[in-house]
Each structure stands twice: as C-alpha cells, then as structure tokens.
Design a protein around this ligand. Structure first.
Ligand code: GLC
Length: 797
C-alpha cells in the first residue's frame, strides 16, 4: 500500500499499489493488489462499472438507484496484457488498468483519451465516524466542460465548481445554495467533442469537485461506503443521458392530465374555497387539470386525515371537482404526529416502524404537526405498510400524491441526527448512509401504493427529495424558490439540469413560492413553464393573503395566461410524444443546447435556451421590461414560431419580446402535432389532429406517439407510433407517414398546415390522388389541407 505524507495523522491518504494477480468471471474482472481489489464489470460496449474493495472485502452489492431490469448486454470483449497495463476492449472503448498503481484510462477506438485517472481511487480512514472516505480523482482534459448533478441552483456548466449531495430543506434557497433537496451523484464530461458520464452510486454524503480544489482534477468522494461508479461512454451527450436513464430506470407514461396545467397554493381551504378556484378556472376558460391540496386539508397536519371542519366530506369534494374535469392531488409528509389517539401513530408504534436513535429511543422531531416520528422507509415492511395507506386516499377520489419535507426536514435541527438507525433493506446502518435515500424511498413506497390503489388509472406522484433513479416512479419540483427574476432563470437552468440527470418530469413553482411576483414576472414564468414537463403554479401566499392565480394580476395578464395555457393543451400530443421518447429510450425531454450541438463550442456555456423534444427551442425572457432578446441558434434552419420567419442557425439573432410572446423556434423539417383547443384532458372527443409541417429541403423525421392517455392498454399494444418523414425540394413538399400499433384514436382526419412553402403551390396529391388547391388552402407562406387519418403520403406542388 502506498501513502501520501499526512497533513496530520488523521488525513493519511492510501492508494492501491501494484497488481499481483487478476482473474475473470464472466463479465467481471478482478485485479488484486497487496490489499485492494478492483472489480471491473462490463455491462455493455459503452457502460463499465468500477468497484473497489480498499482492504480486500467487498460490501454487499446493492443499489436503490440501478434499475432492477439492468442486464449485461455484451458478449464480445477481450483482455490483453501490455507492458504497463491490462487492456480490456469492447467494440467502442478500451479500459486500461495500470499494473503499477491500478489507475484507469479509458480511450475510444481511435486511441483518444476519454477519461483518465489523476490520483484515481484512494481512501482515508474516517476515524471520527468509522469506515472510510472514498475518493476518485480524474484528470480534467483540455477545454473540458461538466454538467449534471441534479437540481443545483447554479450555471449549467459546472467547470470549476464544487457541489455536494446531502438532501436539505432549503426554504428560500439562493443562487449557489448547496446542498439542495435532491441527491443525484451523476455528471457528464465533454472535451474534444467527446461526451461521457460518471455515476457514483453511493448514498452517503457525496462531493464533486470540477477543478475548484485543483484546476487539473475532477474528483468525487463520499464520507463512507464504497467507491462504486459507472462509466458511460457517448460520444454524444444525449446518448450518455439515455444510457444513464436506462441504467437507473426509465419512467412509465404518466396519465395525460398530469402534463396539463396544475394549480396549487399553501393552502386553498376550506373545501368551498377549493371549489371556488375550480369554478373560476372554468368560468374564465383558463385550461387546468389538477388542484393540489396543501397541508391545511388535514386534521392538525395528521397525514391521511381530513379536517372535520374544513374538509368534512372529501369524497364529495373530489367528485364535484371531477365533474368539472379536475383531478385532486394531496400532500403527504413523512412526519407522523406523536398522538396516542391517532391510528397511523398507533400502527407504526405497534409494529416498530418508526426510526430510532442509536440508544433505542424513538427519533422525534418537530415538523408541521408539532412533535413527530418518522417511518423508516428503508425497511421493506414499512414501505408495504405505507403503500397500503393510499387505499384510503384513492377511495376518496384523490388522483395524485405530493410528497414533501422528505430530505427529511426537521425544524430547528434541519434533519435527523447521524446516529438514527435504518434498516437499509436488511443491512442496518446509521442515518449517514440512509439520509440521501430517505425521500427517495418514501416516494417509491407512495408511488407503489398510489399505482396499486388507483388501478386501472395511472398514478401521479411528485416529490421534493430523491436519489438517482427516482424517475422510475415520481415527478419532482424544484422546491421553495423566490418570486424574483433570478429565480425564473434558476428555474429554467434547474429543470434543464434535472432533465439531463435522468429526471425530466420536473417543474418549478410558477411565479415563485416565497414573495409576491408582479404580473410581468408571473406571466414570463408561466410562459417558460408552458415548456416544462411539470407545470404548476404554487405559492406560500397563505402567509400574506396574496393570490397567485392566473387571474390575480389583472385582465391583461389573464388574457396572456389563457393564450399560453391554451398553447400548452394544444401542444399536449407533442409533449406526450416527447415523454414517450423519454420513457422508451431514456431521452431527456429538455435538452440544453450543448446536448443538441456539442460540436459547437458556442453552446458549452449557454444555459438561457433549451430544446423541448426534438423540434422546439425556447429562450425564456428572464429580465423585467425586456424589449428584445438575443438568442443563439444552433446550426441548421429555424422558424420563429409566432410569425414563421426563417433564421439560419450558428449565430445569435435578436428577437422582439412583447409581453404576449416568448422566444420560441421550430426546427425546419419538423412535424408538430397539435390538439384542438381544450380546457382539460378528456373535455371533449378529439375528432381532428393538426399537423404543422415546417418546410426544409433536408430530409427530416418526426414522431407522434398516441394512446388512451390513461390506464394500461398501451402495454397490450393499444398505442401508435406514427413516423413522419419530410423529403422536400424547391418545387414540392413530400410528407410520408408510417405507423405501428393498434390504438384506435378518436380523430378521423388531419388538418395539415405546411409552413414556409417556398413556391406557388397549385395542387396536392394524397396517396396518388391529385387535387387542386383552392383559395381556402392558402395563407401567407402556408398551405392548409385536410386529409383522412389513414393517408400514407401527401405531396404539395
Ligand atoms: C414546503 C414545500 C411547499 C409547501 C409547504 C407546506 O415548504 O416545499 O411546497 O407548500 O411545505 O406544505
């Protein structure tokens, strides 16, 4: 064993020494030094896991993040012994393991270094707490950028930043507040046009340093547990994102209504107020699908109860709301009130389901209800018990559950003391190891229960805290933000970052949770959120009596809100298709510019624009009184959504920003599907789907996914994946359509609107049948036709 000369006797750092022997077992390689063993697991030709036993003994191989469906998908790889290294090669990359020091280098097929250990794996005994601090440091390559790590409220590119994962209740967080609510120990590196990812699967407090401590090193470490990381090769960042998401699990499709607009406040009460809000939406024709009940629906903040006084008949309430097209979502926190007369408390005590301190006393702490105890969600029996509690909620007509305060938050002391004990699925541990997965497992147990008891409906769950992989069962929001312009920008960056960290189903409290936005800030935020997968207004306005509803800022703002909520609903088929791509392939729904144009260095430090799905580019207005905005467009052709003006990408364009528009661009070649106007999902039968086709002389592909939007028929083939291909030239536009699937959609025809047609069209040909274009088919630069749903090819000429 080699050592580094200590600063003091507690900080000796230990390093592996030379390899003495190696062995192979299937897809696993083991390299033994005098004390340390390195296990290399070949998962695919691009994904390799590295796991170290510092002193020769591996800990249990267990993960709350990795998808249970993960399987090796590779048979062809080989090992070669070279002079200084062992080289394991797949068809895409080579892993070089240093014979003298166990250091790792990863190269691509051309021999270019993708990632290389600097000090590599090393460790330190953690004398004060027990166990080890495990480190890994990598060399920063020339011009390297870093991305990822969950919800951090800072610039998108993480170069020269240090970040920490230790879920924290961060009421009123600021730019650069760290740690925050979520714990996603996963990052991307990008240099020389090559992207890769590293997922450090360790639930202890983890730290990441991208050149802040030492400009030449990117390192990550954990205050306990083992060094266990997955290396994911791209070279495209988007491919890394897809593989990471598949590694930690893809989500199921949500009910379509959950992609609609949702309205919340801490709190709407009593029940008559909730109904009033619902009626306001309908009478003002503001589209909305869900209303959230914050903690005041409960009896003294006791979870799974309803206030006798304020919500005497919850089933009647949810029924009435449902009749108006609203789904009810209710909050559930982990803190269970200490109250010997309360059934949940009684059951938990009787079964020993609440967390205990090291000396055996219950872990007690204050949250909303006063003194509370907390279920140990790391115990599978507790999760089972918890999940069946949602039967009651489902029976009362609750269609979604909102999990909060699950970092876990405890007033005054912040969170649990470190000595609290956890089951950790049969591998008892202290809170140091379980802290970062507490909210994760709470939301998992919640989602299991909600799903089971809502059958045949699809569940909706949202959580504030989680660990990597939570996308399998939950959506998230960014927590207690502020009504400021800086927070609007932060919301945009954080939702992008969550999206590339595996969690696309994310959004922020529109208008800000704390403080009072003016109409301008509110509407600019709502415009941004129109393009966020989770779209909800929420605010802590109970404290100030300040209303934050779309009509609270006067008629002008309400009018613009109606326009954007309307747009949200018309875009649902596009959003849902984008969600399907995420669910089927792991493709993030929001894509920072760098993730769509990584070869263009102009994109590497930009975070004020992003793409939603394959075709829409959004650049939110994030300053007051902004008259115009400079937007950098990646290479290619773009249409300005609001007037069809065409732009050549690869440069910055200046766009006027009247209050009723957000800079929004469509990629040339796109087919954007749209629903007719609606005020909530299921309001009416959709008999016509509109396709907006944006002319391009380059062949272009688009997808439309459709199914019933609820229930599970899509798992039995009742879905359609419709693929469009546009192949056009200076004289004609040709759109081909192919589909697979068995879903009988309601609509009978497509209204197709061709934008940017560069010639005088006189006729259109549908599946070989020629028809003349009449006057009604034209508007400026556009051609409109209506065709039967079953068409296979349409040509405009
Ligand atoms: C936390 C949540 C917030 C919620 C409040 C009351 O601050 O983050 O969204 O409204 O608790 O439940």
């Amino acid at each position: 064993m080699q050592t580094i000369v200590p600063e003091n006797k507690y900080s000796i750092k230990y390093f592996p020494d030379k390899i003495q022997k190696w062995e192979k077992e299937g897809n696993f390689f083991y390299f033994h030094t005098s004390e340390t063993i390195l296990e290399v697991r070949i998962i695919s030709d691009k994904v390799i896991r590295f796991r170290y036993a510092a002193d020769g003994i591996f800990k249990r191989d267990f993960s709350y993040a990795v998808s249970p469906e993960l399987k090796e998908s590779i048979i062809a790889f080989q090992i070669t012994e070279l002079e200084d290294v062992f080289q394991i090669s797949t068809s895409k990359i080579n892993v070089l393991v240093g014979k003298e020091d166990l250091k790792i280098t990863i190269t691509d097929q051309s021999g270019q270094v993708v990632n290389q250990d600097e000090m590599g794996f090393h460790w330190q005994y953690y004398l004060l707490k027990g166990g080890k601090i495990v480190y890994c440091s990598k060399q920063i390559q020339e011009g390297e950028s870093f991305f990822g790590v969950g919800d951090k409220p800072t610039e998108l590119n993480l170069r020269s930043k240090r970040l920490e994962n230790f879920g924290t209740d961060s009421y009123g967080f600021k730019k650069d507040t760290d740690p925050l609510y979520k714990n996603i120990p996963f990052y991307y590196g990008l240099h020389h046009g090559i992207g890769y990812g590293i997922f450090f699967d360790n639930t202890f407090r983890t730290l990441f340093d991208f050149g802040q401590e030492r400009p030449e090193a990117a390192s990550y470490w954990a205050r306990g547990g083992q060094m266990n990381y997955y290396f994911i090769y791209g070279p495209q960042l988007l491919e890394v994102a897809e593989q990471y998401t598949r590694l930690t699990g893809t989500p199921e499709l949500p009910p379509l209504w959950a992609l609609g607009y949702q309205q919340s406040r801490w709190s709407y009460f009593p029940d008559t107020r909730v109904k009033e809000i619902a009626q306001e939406f309908r009478s003002r024709h503001l589209p909305c699908d869900a209303i959230h009940l914050d903690i005041d629906y409960m009896e003294g903040f006791r979870c799974f109860t309803f206030s006798q006084e304020n919500f005497p008949d919850p089933a009647a309430l949810t029924t009435e709301l449902a009749a108006m097209g609203f789904k009810t979502v209710a909050i559930i926190d982990p803190g269970i009130k200490v109250d010997p007369d309360y059934w949940i408390y009684q059951q938990g005590i009787e079964k020993g389901y609440f967390c205990k301190r090291a000396d055996g006393a219950l872990m007690e702490g204050d949250v909303w209800p006063g003194k509370c105890v907390f279920p140990d969600f790391t115990n599978p029996d507790v999760r089972k018990w918890w999940s069946q509690l949602f039967k009651k909620m489902a029976d009362l007509g609750i269609r979604g559950i909102w999990n909060d305060m699950n970092e876990p938050a405890v007033f005054e002391i912040g969170t649990f003391p470190e000595d609290v004990r956890h089951d950790y699925d049969g591998d008892n541990c202290s809170h140091r190891k379980a802290h970062n997965i507490y909210g994760h497992l709470m939301s998992m147990a919640t989602a299991e229960g909600v799903k089971k008891h809502l059958m045949p409906h699809r569940p909706f769950v949202i959580t504030r805290s989680c660990y990597a992989g939570a996308q399998r069962w939950t959506s998230v929001w960014t927590g207690d933000n502020l009504a400021t312009w800086e927070h609007l920008w932060l919301a945009s960056v954080m939702v992008q970052r969550l999206s590339i960290s595996g969690i696309s189903f994310a959004g922020s409290d529109i208008g800000g949770f704390i403080g009072e936005p003016d109409g301008e800030l509110y509407i600019r935020w709502l415009q941004l959120a129109t393009f966020h997968p989770f779209m909800r207004t929420h605010s802590a306005s109970n404290e100030t009596n300040f209303d934050q509803d779309p009509w609270s800022f006067g008629e002008k703002i309400e009018h613009i809100a109606r326009k954007f909520l309307g747009l949200r609903y018309r875009l649902l088929p596009y959003l849902y298709t984008t969600f399907w791509q995420y669910a089927a392939h792991g493709t993030p729904m929001l894509r920072p510019l760098c993730f769509v144009a990584q070869d263009d260095p102009e994109t590497h430090y930009r975070d004020d624009a992003f793409m939603l799905g394959d075709h829409l580019l959004i650049s939110p207005v994030n300053q007051a009184a902004m008259k115009s905005k400079d937007v950098y467009l990646p290479r290619g052709e773009w249409y300005y959504y609001w007037n069809d003006r065409k732009f050549e990408g690869g440069e910055t364009v200046t766009i006027p920003t009247p209050l009723n528009e957000i800079p929004l661009f469509v990629k040339a070649g796109a087919v954007i599907p749209k629903y007719p106007h609606m005020e909530y999902v299921g309001e009416k039968r959709i008999i016509e789907m509109t396709l907006h086709v944006y002319y391009s002389d380059q062949a272009a592909h688009s997808i439309l996914y459709e199914d019933a939007g609820d229930n599970y028929g899509h798992l039995e083939g009742q879905y359609n994946v419709i693929r469009f291909k546009q192949i056009s030239d200076a004289n004609q536009v040709r759109l081909k359509k192919k589909y697979i699937g068995n879903f009988k959609s309601d609509y009978l025809r497509y209204r197709i609107i061709f934008h940017g047609v560069p010639f005088e069209a006189t006729e259109y040909v549908v599946d070989g049948k020629v028809r003349r274009l009449g006057a009604r088919n034209f508007a400026v630069g556009t051609v409109k036709v209506v065709v039967d749903r079953v068409f296979e090819e349409i040509i405009i000429r």
